[in-house]
Design a protein around this ligand. Structure first.
Ligand code: FES
Ligand code: FE
Length: 452
């Protein structure tokens, strides 16, 4: 990217799908970050919380929407509203807690008070200081443009022209939420795990699809048995030790297939197929998706079912173990990671405890996998800032031009051994969002096609 020109004029150079190359500056440039906040986070439907987190009147949950924070509040009539957590007087946060139950929100600066619906209902000294000339009805908390739920998962957008939530999610986006919803009569486990990684948010997103890294990054997880060791038929080598000896990599089955499904607006699912799972994880039937029979036929023995990670663009992904993660951009080099865990209300206390224990040992601040990932993301982000280092492109070439593409209900399904299609798809969509097109143009440009 030429540094004298605006990033908006260089989007094709920043992300070249054809070459499978990404300009490193998209991970550190403040101007690009500001464009992301406006054109992506200012328009997309963003996950806020699950309805079971705010069951009673007056329950609230503070959620991020890009660089803004909103209060999601259960209303007197049982509906849900969301509005910015910033006072309409002089901007102070009207709520300092992350969640709880209130009768109203009183700003701690001068005492302006807002009802559960965000309307301004109290101003100290209204008649003395304002001579009764302040029209309270003109100064509510700023509401989101649209709010809706899909199977109990609450989303909102700041864009009143955004398509309806269900349409935005499409089949690819809905699949992940269906997977969680169908675990039973689900509820969110109280408390959201939150931690900070010094990385750009996009590293934490593209890694969702990366099945190339576990055998190296998560070697210790295999060593301690957190990830079940496979039993037979593996690729050897592929990495060298410091002394030059060949390092055996014992957990890549030779027939591993990573099936990718992509949908409009940038949503994608990537994960190993059932045959691979049977080898790598002893079979994880409950986590697998099923395609239509015709598609299964086209995919042959590889693709009858796929498990793995569904991602709702831009920053929400589902772990098939019953969790949902938000990647919250706070600055070009700082991302908060939030983990929501779900359980079946009707499970026994022992089952609930076992599920939660498994979840927190994989991901989150106590999760072995994500701590290992976080080290890589932080280092990768750091290397995007070097004056010379940032000239070196990121590569996403694996599987480019060599994978088979089939279709199922408009989804492109790419059947290939471990590949980087879903990452490339995500950056392709990212580039199209930054062009700030109309919703219809954006949908057209991110329709699954044969381009990957
Ligand atoms: Fe909230 Fe003044 S800033 S009452
Ligand atoms: Fe990982």
């Amino acid at each position: 990217m030429k540094e004298t020109t605006s990033p908006a004029d260089q989007l094709d150079e920043l992300v070249s799908v054809e070459r499978g190359e990404i300009d490193r500056r998209i991970f550190s440039d403040q101007e690009i970050f500001d464009m992301e906040m406006k054109h992506i986070f200012g328009r997309a439907w963003l996950f806020l919380c699950h309805e079971t987190q705010i069951p009673k009147r007056g329950d609230f949950f503070e959620a991020p929407m890009g660089s803004d924070n909103v209060l999601v509040v259960r209303q007197k009539d049982g509906s849900i509203r969301a509005f910015l957590n910033t006072c309409s007087h002089r901007g102070n946060a009207v709520c300092r807690a992350e969640e709880g139950n209130v009768r109203n929100f009183m700003c701690t600066y001068h005492g302006w008070t807002f009802g559960l619906d965000g309307e301004l209902i109290g101003v100290p000294g209204k008649s003395i200081f304002y001579k009764d000339k302040l029209d309270l009805s003109k100064h509510p908390l700023r509401k989101v443009a649209q709010l809706d739920s899909y199977r109990g998962f609450v989303f909102a957008t700041f864009d009143e022209t955004a398509p309806p939530l269900e349409e935005y999610l499409g089949p690819t986006g809905r699949l992940g939420l269906d997977l969680l919803a169908e675990r039973g009569d689900i509820e969110a486990v109280p408390g959201v795990q939150k931690f900070v990684v010094k990385t750009n948010w996009k590293f934490t997103v593209d890694n969702v699809f990366d099945y190339y890294h576990p055998q190296i990054t998560h070697m210790s997880a295999f060593a301690v048995g957190l990830i079940p060791a496979p039993a037979d038929d593996f690729v050897e080598g592929g990495a060298m030790t410091e002394t030059g000896a060949n390092l055996e990599v014992p957990f890549l089955p030779t027939d591993l297939h990573n099936v990718v499904m992509v949908g409009e607006y940038g949503h994608a699912i990537s994960g190993p197929d059932q045959d691979s799972l049977e080898v790598t994880a002893g079979g994880r039937e409950p986590f697998a998706w099923r395609y239509k029979p015709e598609t299964q036929e086209k995919l042959g023995h590889h693709g009858s079912r796929v498990a793995g990670h569904p991602h709702i663009f831009p920053t929400t992904w589902v772990n098939a173990g019953g969790q949902l993660s938000l990647r919250v951009p706070r600055s070009p080099g700082v991302t908060e990671i939030w983990w929501f865990s779900f359980r079946d209300k009707n499970a026994s206390p022992e089952e609930k405890a076992a599920t939660l224990s498994a979840q927190i040992h994989f991901f989150g601040p106590a999760g072995l996998l994500e701590q290992e990932d976080g080290e890589n993301w932080a280092q990768s982000t750091l290397q995007t800032r070097g004056t010379v280092s940032r000239e070196v492109p990121q590569l996403l070439k694996m599987g480019l031009g060599t994978s088979e593409i089939v279709k199922d209900d408009g989804l492109a399904i790419i059947d290939a051994p471990i590949n980087e299609h879903a990452q490339l798809w995500t950056y392709h969509a990212w580039r199209e969002w930054l062009r700030n097109p109309t919703w219809e143009e954006l949908r057209q440009r991110t329709m699954p096609g044969d381009r990957l």
